[in-house]
Design a protein around this ligand. Structure first.
Ligand code: TXA
Ligand code: MG
Length: 324
């Protein structure tokens, strides 16, 4: 057995935090049954304490340990997409701690697909409460190095599972009322979920209208420290010109294969494929955040359905939008 899994199990049993790899992003995990351990997650992240945390489990066999009144739709979705990037919001079991649910009567459950974390969960037996392993509001980590950079010695063990293959967070679907709701687009495409459910998903987009507290629905989230502005290529050409006239250092994040000949201090061309784009997005934002730039100008990708998760994260990461 992997010695770092042994070490992780010992730390978790002692009520300590462990950073874990998942196929979406790295998580900051604690024993979900230990409220003192879960409290350490909130302290480390600087996250408001009424925000619920996803409970990670090994698979469908554990759903009923955490949820009650589990609808058939939830079983079908779990059978289709677990282990994988899908979180199900269900009615919670009475024992699930308020520190995990944010005091709500629901619980978020997900079985992550990363082999290291899957093995850890099988050995652990219980559930691991784990939000993304970043400070509240900041860009999520997609490598072990990102987590170390974010937390330093505050987190004693980061299980290194290599770079995350999906790169954006799980899709969150609520099944607590008659109408299934898409609370956050993510790694599993909306259409794939609708195909299994045999009905459309209603998409909740605005935190101010939603009763449900989902921090990914806050307007500023997943954001780099450097000012991030999104727009069309033409708008960015103008903006780059204006910023550079003011002596500002501009970083460009362009869409598609051909690097435009706009002068800039740094330039990155993103992939045209939505899955590859998602995989690189957070690492690119972090890389440019460390490049001593005054502003990041990002060319918007297409708005077709396969770009839903990427556009959702860009909308929340951007400090200002020139279009869309
Ligand atoms: O891919 C992911 O989901 C990653 C990895 C680590 O699994 N986790 C993640 O966690 O993105 P976090 O905490 O950064 O985002 C989870 C979202 C939050 O917006 C939280 O409010 C929402 O899930 N959530 C958790 N439990 C919920 C519940 N019972 N009702 C509504 N929203 C919930
Ligand atoms: Mg997060």
């Amino acid at each position: 057995m992997n010695p770092s899994i042994e070490q992780a199990l010992a730390l978790l049993a002692a009520g300590e935090l462990v950073a874990i790899p998942t196929e979406t992003v790295y998580g900051l995990a604690a024993d979900a049954a230990n409220p003192q351990a879960v409290a350490k997650i909130f302290a480390a992240k600087g996250r408001p304490s009424d925000h619920p945390i996803i409970v990670h489990i090994a698979g469908s066999a554990q759903i009923d340990d955490w949820a009650i009144d589990v609808p058939e739709a939830a079983r079908k979705l779990a059978a289709a997409f677990w282990p994988g990037p899908l979180t199900l919001i269900l009615k919670r079991q009475a024992h699930v701690s308020d520190s995990v649910t944010g005091g709500q009567d629901t619980v978020g459950l997900r079985a992550p697909a990363h082999p290291l974390t899957h093995e850890l969960l099988l050995r652990f037996g219980g559930g691991l409460a784990a939000p993304s392993a970043n400070k509240f509001g900041h860009v999520s980590p997609t490598t072990a190095e990102h987590v170390r950079h974010e937390f330093g010695p505050e987190v004693s063990l980061v299980l290194d599972g290599g770079p995350c293959l999906v790169g954006v967070e799980s899709t969150i679907v609520s099944l607590v009322s008659e109408q299934p709701l898409l609370l956050r687009p993510g790694g599993v495409p909306r259409a794939a979920i609708e195909a299994i459910l045999g009905q459309p998903l209603e998409h909740h987009q605005k935190s101010d209208t939603a009763k449900i507290r989902t921090s990914g629905l806050l307007d500023s989230h997943y954001a780099p420290h450097t000012l991030l502005v999104t727009g069309s290529l033409l708008q960015l050409v103008d903006a780059a010109d204006q910023y550079q006239t003011q002596g500002k250092r501009v970083g460009l994040i362009l869409f598609g294969g051909i690097p435009a000949s706009i002068p800039a201090a740094a330039k990155i061309v993103m992939p045209c494929d939505p899955d590859a784009y998602a995989r690189e997005l957070y690492a690119t934002l972090r890389q440019l955040d460390m490049a001593d730039l005054d502003v990041l100008l990002l060319e918007c990708p297409p708005t077709t359905p396969e770009w839903l998760a990427v556009n959702d994260r860009l909308m929340r990461a951007a400090h200002s939008r020139l279009s869309h």
